[in-house]
Design a protein around this ligand. Sequence first.
Ligand code: G3P
Ligand code: MG
Length: 251
Amino acid sequence: MTAPQPPTLPRVIGHRGAAGHAPENTLASMRKAAALGAAWVEVDVMLSGDGAPVLIHDETLERTTDGKGRVSETPLAELRTLDAGSWFGPAFAPTFADERIPTLAEAVDLVAELGLGINIEIKPAKGFETATGRAVGELAARDWPPGLLTPILSSFSADALAAARKAAPGLPLALLVGRVPTDWRERLEDLGGTLLHCAERHLTAATARVVLDTGHHLLCYTVNEKARGEELYGWGVEAVFSDYPDRLLNM
Ligand code: G3P
Ligand code: MG
């Protein structure tokens, strides 16, 4: 079977929504990305204590909510009571105080409403790699709104990607890495993936060329300066993730 290819990629993908402008991984952040002109967003998805896929980056609640403890030990009903917006800064508190941790289902409804593409990063808490990949894959395969662009599922976790692939064999998969490892191609192809998402700070023009010459897609995170975006595009990088998508649009 040939590995699933992504839809046409945008140049800029809003990182965690538009994390430079609004509290990351909230509906407000996704709306902000769309308002700034981004055509796609990336979000991080983890399971609640009772197995619901929700948008959050860290395994613990302290940095981005007013809660405490581990996401994987907190039931959805309790997660939903938390303030996921006020931490973004006192100046913004009135704007974002009502933000809650979104469920993945809510995020999908919103991208459908806004006409955005979405890269769902499967961000499992340690020990929940397979369960998280399966939950995300099942939702993306079964409950995807008709007409909405095919999502890209990505992860640093090979176990999560393998579970997502089993649940959603038709969806494009991306392997996330920091520095591009020497065995990246074998790892990506073993998973049935067609996209490599790497950290921009370690990438060189030579490595970008090696990846692109194989015909695989190459994307970079997190690019917040226009000049660096220009350099990466010049090397052939197809898209970048940015907390400030507005800085890189119209280039
Ligand atoms: O998906 C790209 C990027 O979000 C990966 O790193 O830690 O920001 O989720 P992180
Ligand atoms: Mg991410």
